[in-house]
Design a protein around this ligand. Structure first.
Ligand code: SF4
Ligand code: FES
Length: 230
């Protein structure tokens, strides 16, 4: 069923099942996303995609809210820009975004400050190096859930990882905190592929960054010599 709504003052036709994000993108409008990925089910966790819908008290996440007949939507009102800027500033205050270039670009675009919340508690986590394929550095994790989704029924049906802990202590983990090789993980790498922040990284790339040469890595991979990452 085709409906008509208005986005940023422009009338547009859409299918009833389309999300506001899909309709806006078809119009060529850029709405930022972080937790949303084309390969996963939208979950509205990060809220960076919020838009203003007339008649709604709170901003609406465009990645899950469906287009409705007669809707009046504003994708870049002052309220929207302020909300996105605050979300980015909260992220920058609590986690390491040094390997998240898309989010860094959003911060520049929205004029987000890196020290808006100087007293915020930061997520700190040691690098976990427990398998031959990838490392996990949860100080860079923003809990977007993409890795869990591709490991589960959005792609791989492996269910090796999930949310672990509560509140500020929440992080992605394995059941009972066992090592990756002890889980059902098949080292497919799909979680690494969808991670937007470098929290999951191919081990080879990590070792090269640590100054370990490609030659040494191949020796490590054949098992002829072991050397621990710094
Ligand atoms: S590890 Fe990466 S993909 Fe997984 S929740 Fe954290 S940021 Fe998202
Ligand atoms: S992209 Fe919509 S809530 Fe994260």
């Amino acid at each position: 069923m085709t409906i008509t709504l208005t986005i940023d003052g422009q009338e547009v036709n859409a299918e009833l099942e389309q999300t506001l994000l899909e309709v806006a993108r078809e119009m060529g409008k850029e709405i930022p996303t972080i937790c949303f990925h084309e390969a996963t089910t939208a979950n509205a966790l990060c809220r960076i995609c919020v838009v203003e819908v007339e008649g709604q008290r709170v901003l609406q996440p465009a990645c899950i809210v469906k287009a409705g007949a007669g809707m009046q939507v504003r994708t870049r009102s002052e309220k929207v820009v302020r909300a996105r800027r605050t979300i980015l500033e909260m992220l920058a205050s609590t986690m390491d975004l040094s390997e998240a270039p898309e989010i860094q670009a959003m911060m520049r675009e929205y004029g987000a400050s890196t020290d808006r919340f100087p007293d915020a508690e930061r997520r700190e986590s040691a690098v976990i190096d427990d398998n031959p394929m990838y490392i996990r550095d949860y100080s860079k994790c923003l809990l977007c859930w993409r890795c869990v989704q591709v490991c589960a029924d959005d792609a791989q049906y492996t269910f090796a990882i999930n949310f672990d802990g509560r509140g500020f202590e929440t992080q992605i983990g394995t059941f009972f905190d066992i090592s990756i090789p002890e889980t059902s993980c098949v080292l497919c790498g799909q979680c690494v592929g969808v991670c937007p922040t470098g929290a999951l990284k191919p081990k080879r790339e990590y070792l090269l960054e640590q100054g370990i040469s490609a030659g040494e890595i191949s020796i490590m991979n054949t098992g002829r010599k072991q050397r621990k990452a710094k």
